[in-house]
Design a protein around this ligand. Structure first.
Ligand SMILES: NC(=O)c1ccc[n+]([C@@H]2O[C@H](COP(=O)([O-])OP(=O)(O)OC[C@H]3O[C@@H](n4cnc5c(N)ncnc54)[C@H](O)[C@@H]3O)[C@@H](O)[C@H]2O)c1
Length: 257
């Protein structure tokens, strides 16, 4: 996919990986980005900085709670009204902390399903759309790294599995939207701190854990998202870990559809 002139929706765009993704999409030629987040204070401020750097008419902030169907529907409608189309959806909003596991499931699982369904609704060829691409943000915790928050890990396994399953060829032929998944490793945001705190609560030696990882910056994951939007085939899952270039995960092919 050529990113030039494309319009994107990014959830969880007020901070961290989402905000970095917004900047990298614009830097790589996107026409406009809707920055959706529940955090309106940081979101409004971030959108001001982004428009200052990339142009007044290239980003808007839309206060959106991904757990609320109406909020997300309004965000899609407003994005199309503002920029004329929707070509890319990055379902990135997420939280960690099993002490609020129901909320984790609502945001990390339901938010991703809702965002993907609306993306297919707006971009799907079966609905008269032009096709496009979805990136669902999972985690290395969705590939087996145990984060000390088993519900969080489970939500990320869901994102990995769902992103592959939605690309089942008979479904894919009708919607014509590429669905990709990226699994970041430790990235310098409050989510990484949350995971490290969870380890500490269990008296796990975080120094030892971090001896296997290099903390990467959100920009690094954003570069990976741009790469897979350009190059990734539908249903593929990618890892962005340890400041290394993104690479695709090989899954065993148990049953051919
Ligand atoms: N940082 C890491 O180490 C790491 C590793 C693997 C995966 N991830 C995933 O990356 C994604 C982005 O996280 P991050 O690390 O940038 O953390 P972050 O906390 O900086 O950003 C998460 C964003 O999601 C927003 N958000 C939370 N609930 C929301 C809701 N209901 N509706 C809309 N927005 C909501 C927050 O306001 C915040 O801006 C998450 O899905 C996270 O699970 C992060």
């Amino acid at each position: 996919m050529d990113l030039n002139g494309k319009v994107a929706i990014v959830t969880g765009a007020a901070n961290g990986i989402g905000l970095a993704t917004v900047k990298h999409l614009l830097k790589n030629g996107a026409k406009g980005v809707a920055m959706c987040d529940i955090d309106s204070q940081n979101g409004e401020e971030a959108a001001l900085l982004v428009t200052k750097e990339y142009g007044e008419d290239r980003a808007i902030f839309i206060k959106t709670d991904v757990t609320e169907q109406q909020d997300l529907e309004d965000a899609f409608r407003k994005t199309k009204e503002t920029f004329g189309s929707i070509d890319i959806v990055v379902n990135n909003a997420g939280i960690v902390g099993d002490y609020r596991w129901e909320r984790e499931i609502k945001i990390n699982v339901e938010g991703v399903v809702r965002g993907t369904q609306l993306a297919l609704e707006y971009m799907g060829k079966h609905k008269g759309g032009e096709g496009g691409a979805v990136v669902n943000v999972a985690s290395v915790a969705g590939l087996g790294l145990k984060s000390a928050c088993p519900v969080y890990d489970g939500t990320k396994f869901f994102v990995v599995g769902y992103s592959q399953a939605i690309s089942f060829p008979p479904l894919d032929k009708s919607h014509g939207v590429r669905v990709l998944c990226i699994c970041p490793g430790f990235t310098d945001t409050p989510i990484a701190t949350g995971v490290l705190n969870a380890y500490e609560n269990l008296k796990v030696d975080t120094k030892e854990i971090m001896s296997y990882f290099t903390m990467q910056q959100p920009d690094h994951v954003a570069e990976g998202i741009v790469h897979i939007l350009r190059e990734g085939a539908t249903g593929t899952v990618w890892v962005s870990n340890n400041c290394q270039p993104v690479y695709q995960v090989d899954f065993p092919e148990l049953v051919k559809p």
